[in-house]
Write a protein that binds this ligand. Structure first.
Ligand code: AMP
Length: 111
């Protein structure tokens, strides 16, 4: 499958991996939008949140993000978790991913 995140999962292309287990991979975003910008993905190829059932992996992904936030000291300052789902949200990579962003003050609402 010609999916860039599947290629990262399969170690066909490199990434700065910060967490891995049987079902989940987390790696630094190649074009960070904040001092901490980590992408957390299911290893299974699902296009987006709409295609992911109520798999327990979803809950574990949130536990992983909480752990990564603590590791980066973001639990003290705050952080944002974002999913861009589909065209209007600007989803560029059609493999479900959570953006974990932190280390700077953020604005609201998003553009
Ligand atoms: P989205 O717009 O939500 O689909 O976000 C896709 C994200 O993937 C962007 O923040 C990109 O910078 C990031 N990205 C694309 N290719 C790579 C890659 N090879 N390694 C790490 N991050 C990537």
């Amino acid at each position: 499958m010609d999916c860039i995140f599947c290629k990262i999962v399969n170690k066909e292309i490199p990434a700065a991996i910060v967490y891995e287990d049987d079902n989940i991979l987390a790696f630094n975003d190649v074009a960070p939008q904040a001092p901490v910008h980590i992408l957390v993905i299911p290893k299974e190829h699902v296009q987006g949140i709409a295609d992911f059932d109520d798999s327990p992996v979803l809950g574990i992904m949130f536990a992983v993000m909480k752990k990564l936030a603590i590791e980066h000291g973001l639990d003290r300052t705050g952080y944002r978790i974002v999913v861009n789902q589909g065209q209007d949200a600007g989803q560029a990579v059609p493999h479900l991913h959570f953006h974990l962003l932190g280390g700077r003050k953020m604005t609201w609402p998003p553009g």
